[in-house]
Write a protein that binds this ligand. Structure first.
Ligand code: GLV
Length: 326
């Protein structure tokens, strides 16, 4: 019997052709609707490989049902949707899609920063709603970006790529990270500082740290209070790095000037969510890596990782590398 694979989202046929030639492939047949939990719980029982997306929680309970599972290939660089410890304990490889999405995600992060600063989305809605009556001195006036201070919290590859873009805008670049990044300091001129210094000095506080137990709600009421009243908070990592209730209060109380959010604690966020009612929130539906080329490249890495593991080779981008040491 051929090894079998379950893919939790409908993907273009040509992207999975390689897999179909060698394996038994089953795919959830909706592009924009998550696979129901009961379907996933049933499919996982027999499959050898699972192809997931960020909105699929791969919990201990789900993994406990799997009798043959050897790999979970997650179409994202982040893997907070997967219980890595539970997978590792069972000898299941978890793979992600780093590198290919770095520049695309940095582009979107910077686009979000610019859009929030210069009220681009609000202005676009304004003109289409027929509200433009005349040119006026402060109509939709926003915040300058050029030569302002950006504070990047989480200086991984995407953070560095955002810093490079900021350099082009003549910005002062501060960063906070678990480890120092000498390359970013020497080449881009980024300055390492404490988290407190970063939030106090930055005009744009950019969250790019992965979601972990340590980073959950690291942007809380105390943090928003310490930020400049003129500062904007940009989140392109995971919604839960910020406490959304405190963010809402900080925006309403004008403790900070605005926010650009590509990610939310609960996704998809409801259109009735209070944050989406605020004019000083620029919101996007988690599209950081969403260029056609990059999304294809991400699928390709997942396909390659699955193929390699099911044919006894080392995966290309393994998260739980301790499995290779066993
Ligand atoms: C998307 O959010 C990713 O982690 O790639």
């Amino acid at each position: 019997m051929k090894p079998s694979i379950y893919i939790t989202r409908k993907l273009p046929d040509e992207c999975v052709l390689e897999l179909q030639e060698k394996f038994d492939v089953k795919m959830w047949d909706h592009e924009e609707i998550s696979v129901p939990r009961e379907v996933l719980f049933s499919e996982i029982e027999e499959v050898d490989a699972l192809f997931t997306v960020v909105s699929d929680p791969v919990t201990e309970e789900l993994l406990a049902k799997a009798k043959n599972l050897r790999v979970v290939a997650n179409m994202a660089v982040g893997y907070d949707n997967i219980d890595i410890e539970a997978a590792t304990k069972r000898g299941i490889y978890v793979c992600n899609t780093p590198d290919v999405l770095t520049e695309t995600t940095a582009d979107l992060t910077f686009a979000l920063l610019l859009a929030a600063a210069r009220r681009v989305v609000e202005a676009a809605e304004f003109i289409k709603e027929g509200k433009w009556q005349s040119w006026s001195p402060f109509l939709l006036a926003g915040h300058d970006v050029y030569q302002k201070t950006i504070g990047i919290c989480g200086m991984g590859k995407i953070g560095e790529a955002v810093a490079r873009r900021a350099k082009g805008f003549g910005m002062e670049i501060l960063y906070h990270n678990r480890s120092r990044k000498p390359q970013a300091e020497q080449v881009i001129g980024a300055k390492y500082c404490s988290f407190d210094e970063l939030i106090e000095k930055s005009d744009f506080v950019v969250a790019l740290a992965p979601l972990t137990a340590e980073t959950k709600h690291m942007f809380n009421a105390d943090v928003f209070k310490k930020m400049k009243h003129s500062a904007l908070f940009i989140n392109a990592s995971r919604g839960a790095v910020a406490d959304e209730a405190s963010l809402y209060d900080a925006l309403v109380d004008k403790q900070i000037a605005g926010a650009g959010l590509d990610v939310f604690e609960q996704e998809p966020i409801s259109a009735d969510h209070p944050l989406l009612k605020l004019a000083n929130v620029t919101a996007l539906p988690h599209i950081g890596s969403a260029s056609i080329d990059t999304r294809r490249a991400m699928i390709h890495i997942c396909v390659e990782n699955i193929q390699r593991i099911l044919t006894g080779q080392e995966p290309k981008t393994l998260v739980n590398t301790q499995l290779l040491e066993r």
